[in-house]
Design a protein around this ligand. Structure first.
Ligand SMILES: *Cc1c(COP(=O)(O)O)cnc(C)c1O
Length: 390
């Protein structure tokens, strides 16, 4: 049985070209990029090539890129580092209620340190209203953080509009672009952001490497103190194989992003409309149009997402539930709660996230097995008064 991976929002497979590019840097080329000898120079050259390529891909300058260990570190670095550097200017941060936990938990931590945080609501499609951002700004506001593409429901936020509001009020603006970078076009000047978080493993790069975009002139206190790597913004010996792989992943994204964007959007829409018409009492979550090209999030009434996930897994199909914050928690997703989805529906939600390797046949196979799984589970479920008779 061919296994079908539809969980690219959790992580993507490392592209073979990426692994190939990394290989020499896992053994032969092992210098420390800070060393002055020729071994160091080899490593440094590879890092700076990758940095220049990645920077130009997002309209940034090479010195505005700080390599980190991934999206979580980048979110922590920007929010904590910037809040601490502006402590004497104000203590208020604005974010949204549908951010990734790397942002939400960091904001909660800062609340414990005396900062005050506004969590903006979203509409039923998951959109943040730029006017709400404007109204939330006070004389104390130092930072606004709103994600670019939501990892659960796929909604793409109006980042350029929020960026314009932030600029107009002289407030710094961060966006978590982990789900969008390499998938939809990003230019830091068009988006009017001061900070961006990116992670390589969400775009076919290796795990454990990411970056922070820090606009020139923005001061930020490091999380990691020690050596003077990354212009003293992040101490620690650079992850050369990771950075080289990240650079190659960005090069690949540059060559196929636009084609994949339209190819995956077609498959996404086929999957969503196919499921909605084949399964009664189902609904699409997230914005119908302003959404990631690879995201389908659907609630199936009268069933548990975990049951659906495990039954799909037995068919070799890997998806994710939208029903739990983490697999070990029974709390409904904060994102589905924020769009006003009733708890029962949130518990029956699945996220299908497509990728470069997803084919039309994969989608047809999901459409073939999914209705049977839902109706079988509904027939056994005490929740399924209606579903059982369908
Ligand atoms: C995956 C993800 C992260 C975390 O990135 P890591 O590199 O896994 O730490 C942060 N934000 C969003 C939106 C994500 O999807």
């Amino acid at each position: 049985m061919k296994r079908i991976y539809l969980d690219h929002a959790a992580t993507t497979p490392t592209a073979p070209e990426v692994a190939q590019a990394m290989l020499p840097y896992l053994s032969g080329v092992y210098g420390n990029a800070s060393s002055l000898h020729s071994f160091g120079l080899e490593a440094r050259t590879a890092v700076e090539e990758a940095r220049a390529r990645i920077a130009s891909f997002m309209g940034a300058k090479p010195e505005e890129i700080v390599f980190t260990s991934g999206g979580t570190e980048s979110d922590n670095f920007i929010i904590k580092g910037f809040a601490l550097s502006r402590r004497n200017k104000g203590n208020h941060i604005i974010t949204s209620s549908i951010e990734h936990h790397a942002v939400l938990e960091t904001c909660k931590f800062l609340q414990g340190q005396g900062f005050s945080v506004t969590y903006l609501p979203v509409d039923e499609n998951g959109l943040v209203n730029p006017d709400d951002v404007k109204k939330a700004i006070t004389a104390e506001t130092i930072l606004i953080s709103v994600m670019h593409g939501n990892n659960e429901i796929g909604t793409i936020e109006p980042i350029a509009e929020i960026g314009a509001v932030a600029r107009e009020h002289g407030v710094a603006f961060h966006s978590d672009a982990v789900q969008t970078f390499g998938h939809i076009p990003i230019d830091v000047n068009d988006l009017q952001v001061d900070f961006l978080s990116v992670s390589a493993h969400k775009l076919y790069g290796p795990k454990g490497i990411g970056l922070t975009y820090v606009r020139n002139g923005m001061k930020i206190i490091p999380l990691l103190h020690g050596g003077d790597q990354e212009r003293r913004r992040r101490a620690s010996t650079l992850n050369i194989p990771g950075i080289v792989g990240f650079g190659r992943a960005v090069e690949l994204a540059g060559s196929d992003m636009r084609a994949e964007l339209s190819r995956q959007s077609v498959l996404r829409d086929r999957l969503a409309s196919g499921l909605l018409s084949a399964v009664e009492d189902s609904r699409l979550n997230g914005h119908p149009i302003r959404r990631l090209p690879n995201n389908v999030n659907i609630s199936f009434a009268f069933v548990e997402g975990e049951g659906l996930l495990l039954n799909l897994d037995m068919e070799g199909i890997a998806v994710s539930t939208g029903s739990a914050c983490t697999s070990s928690s029974l709390e409904p997703s904060h994102v589905l709660a924020a769009i006003g989805l009733p708890v029962e529906l949130a518990h029956g939600s699945l996220r299908f996230s497509l990728g470069r390797d997803t084919t039309q046949q994969d989608i047809e196979r999901v459409l073939q097995v999914m209705p049977g799984i839902v109706y079988r589970l509904r027939a056994m479920s005490p929740l399924a008064r209606k579903g059982a008779t369908a």
